[in-house]
Ligand binder design. Structure first.
Ligand code: PMP
Length: 362
């Protein structure tokens, strides 16, 4: 057996760990913030037909620029955020928002450049930053996991990063950022500002999307995904909205034909059935709020959540609680600050199993 270190691997990759959310066959998987509701029979049929339609053309490369899909996504964003006024030219798509983030860093980061984020936040931001040979600057969130605009401005002015990541609602804390914080950062950031809205559709009505800030801000990028509210994690489809010039920059780094014809057909069908797929969002929000209330009533400390997961604690030994839950068939996530755990919002049945297991473990 050859060990990794015997290979002539890049020095900066030595000792690193691969991204590691567990994939276990358990009765209750509540660790990766997926939407628990699978597609309906009607949608499964429509997806099958869409795939069958492109199957006969798979000898050919797909549309390299995914023009039709990008137009569909722009139409969706204009209903999500009325007044956004987006066209397909302002939208770009890739295999998950992780690939979108990678393309952004390939185009705007790189050797000699740096990216900054406010942690705890999504672990792949620093990870992709490192892999693209960009330096990572670990700024931190406030004690309540929010981001006070004045401090954020100071940090950005001090480090002058080429890319700033603002995640709203934030993973793993669930915290949504007020638009004022994003606007304040945009005013002083010398480089690109990426607002990661992977959980954007779960936000409360009073928190507007950063999409509303796009006009007049050519250095703002808002990223979204079909993996969460859209209930299509298996499709691997992430996207962004930004100035058309940003998309011209990403065209320089994307791999030719990166989005397969099958992915494009499935994603277009999913967007066409968006009303059905997003139909569970209201129920998941209500389930989330009920979960937060229950955890607080049980005496836990709970971060406010605008997403489809909840960060709660605090545990002197979170590993023991995590393992106790897993022993009862409930897989949650050890992530974020050391004394906290994160649970994804599932079906009422899954949440009941989680509550029972948590009570038994204490
Ligand atoms: N951004 C955030 C904040 C996330 O939590 C995730 C997934 N956990 C992603 C991006 C990436 O999701 P995907 O690649 O499935 O679009």
């Amino acid at each position: 057996m050859t060990g990794l270190n015997e290979l002539p691997i890049r020095d900066d990759l030595r000792g690193r760990e691969p991204y590691g959310a567990l994939q276990l066959d358990v009765p209750y998987a509540l660790n990766t913030n997926e939407n628990p509701y699978p597609p309906s029979e009607r949608l499964v049929k429509a997806l099958g037909e869409a795939v069958a339609e492109v199957a006969g053309t798979l000898n050919r490369y797909p549309d390299r620029d995914a023009v039709a899909l990008r137009e569909d996504l722009a139409t969706f964003l204009n209903t999500d955020t009325p007044g956004a006024g987006l066209t397909g030219r302002q939208v770009w798509a890739a295999n998950g928002s992780n690939e979108i983030i990678q393309q952004i860093l390939q185009a705007f980061g790189g050797p000699g450049r740096c990216a900054l984020g406010f942690e705890p936040s999504y672990a792949m931001h620093p990870m992709i930053t490192h892999v693209t040979n960009t330096r990572w600057i670990d700024a931190h969130r406030d004690a309540d996991f929010g981001l006070e605009p004045e401090r954020a401005v100071k940090v950005v002015q001090e480090h002058r990063p080429d890319v700033v990541f603002l995640t709203s609602p934030n993973n793993p804390t669930g915290t949504a950022l007020p638009l004022e914080a994003i606007e304040a950062v945009l005013k002083v950031a010398p480089g690109m500002v990426v607002v990661d809205e992977a959980y954007g559709e779960f936000r409360r009505a009073e928190t507007p999307s950063a999409l509303t800030l796009l006009p007049g801000n050519p250095r703002l990028i808002v990223t979204r995904t079909m993996s969460k509210a859209f209930a299509m994690a298996g499709t691997r489809l992430g996207y962004l909205a930004a100035d058309p010039a940003v998309i011209d920059a990403l065209l320089l780094v994307r791999l030719p034909y990166h989005l397969s014809a099958v992915t494009q057909a499935v994603a277009r069908t999913a967007v066409a059935h968006g009303e059905e797929l997003l139909g569970s969002v209201a129920a998941l929000r209500a389930e989330r709020d009920a979960l937060v209330a229950w955890l607080r009533a049980e005496g836990f400390t709970v971060a406010d959540s605008d997403a489809n997961f909840v960060l709660f604690g605090t545990f002197p030994d979170r590993r023991r609680v995590w393992q106790d839950l897993l022993d009862r068939g409930v897989l949650i996530r050890e992530v974020g600050p050391p004394e906290w755990l994160r649970v994804s919002v599932g079906t009422p049945e899954e949440m009941a199993a989680f509550r029972t297991a948590l009570k038994e473990s204490l």
